[in-house]
Design a protein around this ligand. Sequence first.
Ligand SMILES: [Zn+2]
Length: 108
Amino acid sequence: MKRDLWDAEHRCTKCNSVMKRKKMTIEGMEIRSWECRKCKEIVLHPEDAQKMLVFSKLKKGIPVKVGTLGEALIMRFPKEVAQLYRITKGEEIKLRAESPKKLELSVD
Ligand SMILES: [Zn+2]
């Protein structure tokens, strides 16, 4: 098993003190971070910082092309979106009408 960055000891780049792990919730997303015990500097886990970046892009909306597969219309998920929402091939996603111009996808 790959040893995660999360399990390793981190030292503050500002004061060199040992940092403690801290989980935060930002906009409903669990974000792993480290906080310096001394100067309170916070560093986000790079994977989670990347997730937040994708999430904020998605909040503004991203264009997705509709293609065809035989008779059906298909929509492609950008890889980073699929990773963020843990969508995998064969998975069932719920589609719900919000208005004639708006569809909602849920992955739960
Ligand atoms: Zn510090």
